[in-house]
Write a protein that binds this ligand. Structure first.
Ligand code: ADP
Ligand code: MG
Length: 504
């Protein structure tokens, strides 16, 4: 299950190349068109979660550095916003081309700092980010207003205008995707951007901004690094930041709303989830079993907000599905993220690793609960934050193991007897991000789609968000939608109504 073979030559070459890149980026941010250290010049250590070594010291921005970056974005705004949208779209296309040329080194750097396996996660993430950029680049032609027939001798029309500087704050689990999902719509609409990457994975974000900056005018994209309170808070609060787009945890999402309350600027929040994945007794199990594993995002160590972490199985198929799922999970190869054979890498940090262990310990101490598989680090991998795919049954719905987002490779199993019971259990959560039902019964499929309180619902599949499909949460999972045309228009532009009276 785990791999402890000595490093093969390609793996060590890939690691050396990624490390050299990390060293080059050490202490640097991309602001005003240049890779440079921020004014404060402070740094913090970035760890490789797969071996617990320090790969580089990243720039530790504080309020004055944030202000400096925001001002660079603000200076670039007038020219960028006045540029014809088709030119912005064209430049974004060319930036995406550049990203494509750098895809492999970027994927390696991403794998190095996140612990996400190159083959199953980091490489596909780079490809998905390029797809997102291209999608948003192509939306330039949708940036248009309308006219409204009004009084005689008047011309009434609605203009669509960008907002100004966008502040983006992103987490570590999919840094490149989440950068592009905010950068793409912000820039095509004519805004400029300051993004703060997560302290656990800051380097790929800086490097990506550096690549995009080769094509984009200086100051249009700015990327900084640092901690939440020190750098994220001043970014959200900055008076020149006219839109905040945040992806992360619920408590910080709430904080972001408080930060912007004074200046009343629009906010998009993409927060956590504890999503249900339900298998009916008439489901095609050959599809449902891999669907449970894919839905859990085990190849990303379960570190996905849309992960299907609450698995509900019909009584008649429960034992069979559990047995088949466990068997498949035991085949998953855990190991060095840079090894092509690895399917599951490392958890992002010691903090997250300890958090996962604490929830599993809580489960172990719960009367009636049972660890069905996993529940420990894999044997043989004693450095790095590796953890085996874990399935647990018998956890009460009121337990924190069920109510909290664990954000690790831990899924809960529940048995149900009929559809209504499963639906009620599925909705029994503070979250509402995603969910899926596996069935051949069209009536149940449509009833589920109607009644699940979540923003991203699937039947007979459990895929991730993709360019063109609006994505976002109900309930505590967030505010606003991303990934779509409407989200670009609604969240990154404002409309202005103009009435010209030409009677005189
Ligand atoms: P997690 O706990 O999973 O890392 P967070 O919501 O804490 O998720 O972090 C997501 C992003 O929000 C990161 O970039 C982090 O630095 C930032 N962040 C954390 N706390 C704050 C805060 N108080 N204000 C602004 N940004 C924050
Ligand atoms: Mg946090």
């Amino acid at each position: 299950m785990s791999s402890l073979e000595p490093l093969s030559a390609p793996v060590s070459a890939a690691r050396a190349a990624a490390l050299a890149e990390a060293h080059r980026l050490a202490g640097q941010v991309l602001v005003g068109g240049q890779l440079q250290p921020p004014p404060s010049g402070r740094t913090f250590a970035v760890e490789n979660p797969a071996d617990e070594t320090i790969i580089a010291h990243a720039a530790r921005c504080e309020a004055r550095d944030v202000g400096w970056a925001v001002e660079a974005a603000h200076r670039a705004y007038p020219a960028w916003s006045r540029r014809p949208a088709r030119e912005r779209g064209e430049l974004l296309h060319r930036a995406a081309d550049r990203l494509e040329q750098e895809a492999e080194p970027l994927a390696r750097l991403l794998a190095l700092e996140t612990g996400n396996a190159l083959a199953t996660q980091s490489r596909p993430e780079v490809a998905g980010a390029i797809e997102l950029l291209r999608f948003f680049a192509g939306l330039w032609s949708e940036l248009k207003g309308r006219t409204i027939p009004w009084d005689p001798n008047t011309l009434a029309y609605v203009r669509r205008e960008p907002l100004g500087v966008v502040g983006a704050i992103i987490p570590w689990n999919a840094p490149l995707t989440l950068l592009c999902v905010k950068l793409g719509p912000a820039l095509v609409a004519g805004n400029t951007l300051v993004v703060k990457g997560a302290e656990q994975a800051p380097l790929t974000v800086i490097r990506t901004a550096e690549i995009l900056n080769e094509v984009l005018p200086a100051g249009v994209v700015n990327a900084i690094s640092g901690f939440g309170e020190e750098a994220g808070k001043p970014l959200a609060e900055h008076p020149l930041v006219r839109k905040v787009s945040f992806t992360g945890s619920v408590p910080v999402g709430r904080q972001i709303l408080r930060y912007v309350a004074e200046k009343l600027c629009p906010v998009t929040l993409e927060l956590g989830g504890k999503s249900p994945n339900i298998v009916m007794d008439d489901a095609d199990l050959d599809k449902a079993v891999p669907g449970l594993i894919a839905g859990m995002r085990f190849t990303r160590q379960g570190q996905s907000c849309s992960a299907g972490t609450r698995i509900y199985l019909h009584d008649r198929i429960y034992d069979q599905v559990v047995a088949r799922t466990v068997e498949a999970l035991e085949q998953l190869k855990i190991g060095d993220p840079l090894d092509e054979a690895t399917q599951m890498g490392a958890i992002i940090s010691r903090e997250q690793f300890e958090r996962v262990k604490a929830y599993v310990d809580m489960a172990r101490a719960t009367p009636g609960a049972r660890i069905v598989c996993g529940g420990s680090p894999p044997p043989g991998l004693d450095r790095g934050y590796f953890y085996t795919p874990t399935l647990i049954e018998g956890i009460p719905h009121a337990s924190p193991v069920c109510t909290d987002e664990i954000f690790g490779p831990v899924a809960l199993l529940y048995r149900f007897r009929d559809f209504d019971e499963a639906l009620a259990l599925a909705n029994d959560t503070q979250y509402g991000l995603a969910g899926a039902l596996w069935t051949r019964d069209l009536a149940k499929a449509l009833a589920f789609a109607e009644k699940l309180q979540a923003g991203f619902v699937q039947v007979n599949q459990y895929a991730g968000p993709r360019a063109g499909l609006p994505y976002g949460g109900y309930k505590m999972s967030g505010l606003g939608r991303e990934y779509s045309l409407e989200s670009m228009l609604e969240h990154f532009t404002a409309t202005k109504t103009v009435i010209v009276n030409y009677a005189t």
